[in-house]
Every structure is written in structure tokens, then in C-alpha cells.
Design a protein around this ligand. Structure first.
Ligand SMILES: NC(=O)c1ccc[n+]([C@@H]2O[C@H](COP(=O)([O-])OP(=O)(O)OC[C@H]3O[C@@H](n4cnc5c(N)ncnc54)[C@H](OP(=O)(O)O)[C@@H]3O)[C@@H](O)[C@H]2O)c1
Length: 249
């Protein structure tokens, strides 16, 4: 058996139609795992599906803002050895412009969706003993950026949730961890117009870039850590939050 072998494991990846989720799905398949990929955009989800090595994988479209679709996803998936919660948006909003709809928009996909999905999978008994659950948080919870109040708050709430999940499932050997990357080169950065004010994002990105001694990350950098956390090699790690991107300057 090679290091970080995922043979025999079935892993659900949300946000698999783009960026980190897509890369994670591809690497899980390369490590021998079966992947159930989910995303909102069916065309891009199919692109991911077609790029997976092997033919055992499954693809289920779902808009995780809609609770019925979360239910359908939880119903359709097989029993899992792991979940990678990648679906998320940035949606920059400076504090003085925050309205109720902004709070809902940022918290629904970044916090509520992974929380509800985890619960619905557990209540259907579809998370197997010794499984590994991974949440994508962000360095923004510790290093705030202009316009990132809601994003950072939603991710901080997710970090707290992950620790409770780790505590409640310890008896079954199930682990829960967060990864907190700094800037990663994905469409969440290059196509910010769909979820917020592109000028604000561009401005924050320029300032943020100067802080990275190792440069910004690539999806593979995060996917490598995801593979490790899914594998039995990380069996002693739970309730943790791993920052990624080096020591910010
Ligand atoms: N890139 C970074 O710098 C960075 C840094 C730290 C943490 N993160 C976190 O890493 C995760 C992945 O980000 P990324 O950079 O890979 O972003 P990305 O390329 O924009 O991918 C985001 C994914 O989330 C999915 N998604 C968004 N809203 C959804 C909804 N309502 N229902 C279902 N799926 C939805 C998207 O699906 P569709 O495209 O199909 O709509 C897409 O697959 C996010 O949680 C993000 O907060 C990213």
C-alpha cells in the first residue's frame, strides 16, 4: 500500500465543479478512491467528472442554498469514508454596507450548507466509522482583509462547528478537521464579479499578495493536504485547523 492510499474509500466532494474541489476530486481518484462529486453548474461539474481517472465515480448536481437539494444529495449518496466541504463564495462587503441579505448570502453557503449537509448525512447513517470530514476555512479568520468581515465570520463559525463535530463523533473514530488556506489561484479570485464588487476584491488581492513569502497557492497545494487528511496516515489528527500559505508578512 502506498502513502496516502485511498483505495476502498468513497469520498463526497462539494464544490467539485471548480477550483480546489475539482482538483481534490481528481487527486482522490488518482489515489484510488471513489469520488462522489457535487456542484451547482452541471456543465462544469461534468467537465470535472470526465477528468477523473477510473470509472467508479458518481456525479450529483445540487444547489446547496436550497435545503430540499441538500436532502436529495444526502439521499442519493452512498455510505461515505470521507466528506470534503469545498462549496463556498467570497462576496466582499465592507462593514458599513452590510445588510441582512449579505449576512444570509455569506453564511448560507459558507456555514449553513456544510452544517446541514453533515447533519443530514449523519442522520441517514451514511458516514462510516473512521471517516474523515474536511472543511475549507480560510486564513481570513485570523488575518482579516478589507471587505472580508462576513466571509471571515462565517468561516470562523465553521471552525468552531468542526471542533464540535470532532468531539461528538470521536467514539466512532470519525475525525473532523479544517484547512485554512491563504490565497489560492482559483476562479473564486479571478471571477469575483459574480459574487461581489470586483474593485474591492482586486484592491484587497493586491494588498494581500505582498504578504505571501511563498507566493500564492495553487489548488494542488490544498488538495495535497486534503488527500493526507482523508487517508489513514492522518488517523491521529482531529479537531485541528491547519493554516496554509506560510508565515504571512
Ligand atoms: N481560493 C482561495 O483563495 C481560498 C482561500 C481560502 C479558502 N478557500 C475556500 O475553499 C473553498 C473552495 O474555493 P475555490 O477557491 O475552489 O472557489 P471556486 O473555484 O469559486 O469554487 C467554489 C465552488 O463552490 C461551489 N458553490 C458555490 N455556491 C454554491 C451553491 N449554492 N451550491 C453548490 N455549490 C456551490 C461552486 O459551484 P459552481 O461553480 O458550480 O456554482 C464551486 O464548485 C471555498 O469554501 C473557499 O471559501 C478558498
Amino acid at each position: 500500500m502506498s502513502f496516502c492510499d485511498l483505495k476502498g474509500k468513497t469520498i463526497l466532494v462539494t464544490g467539485a465543479s471548480s477550483g480546489i474541489g475539482r482538483q481534490a476530486a481528481m487527486q482522490i481518484a488518482q489515489h484510488g478512491g471513489k469520488v462522489v462529486i457535487s456542484g451547482r453548474n452541471p456543465v462544469r461539474l461534468k467537465e470535472t467528472f470526465e477528468s477523473l481517472s477510473g470509472d467508479v465515480h458518481q456525479m450529483i448536481s445540487a444547489d446547496l442554498l436550497i435545503e430540499d437539494e441538500i436532502d436529495l444529495l444526502a439521499e442519493a449518496i452512498p455510505a461515505l469514508n470521507g466528506i470534503v466541504h469545498c462549496a463556498g463564495i467570497v462576496g466582499p462587503t465592507p462593514v458599513k454596507f452590510i445588510r441582512q441579505e449579505d449576512v444570509e448570502r455569506l453564511f448560507k453557503i459558507n456555514y449553513e450548507a456544510p452544517v446541514l449537509l453533515s447533519g443530514k448525512i449523519l442522520s441517514r447513517k451514511k458516514l462510516l466509522d473512521d471517516a474523515s470530514v474536511i472543511f475549507l476555512s480560510s486564513v481570513a479568520t485570523k488575518y482579516p482583509y478589507f471587505g472580508g468581515a462576513l466571509y471571515g465570520s462565517a468561516k470562523a463559525a465553521l471552525e468552531a462547528y468542526s471542533q464540535s463535530l470532532a468531539l461528538e463523533l470521536v467514539g466512532r473514530g470519525i475525525r473532523s478537521n479544517c484547512l485554512s488556506p491563504g490565497l489560492v489561484n482559483t476562479p473564486i479570485l479571478t471571477d469575483p464579479a459574480k459574487e461581489g464588487n470586483p474593485e474591492i476584491v482586486e484592491d484587497s488581492i493586491k494588498k494581500y499578495l505582498q504578504k505571501y513569502p511563498h507566493g500564492i497557492g495553487e489548488p494542488r497545494d490544498v488538495a495535497n493536504a486534503i488527500i493526507f487528511l482523508l487517508s489513514d496516515e492522518s488517523r491521529w489528527i482531529s479537531g485541528s485547523n491547519i493554516p496554509m500559505g506560510g508565515v504571512l508578512q
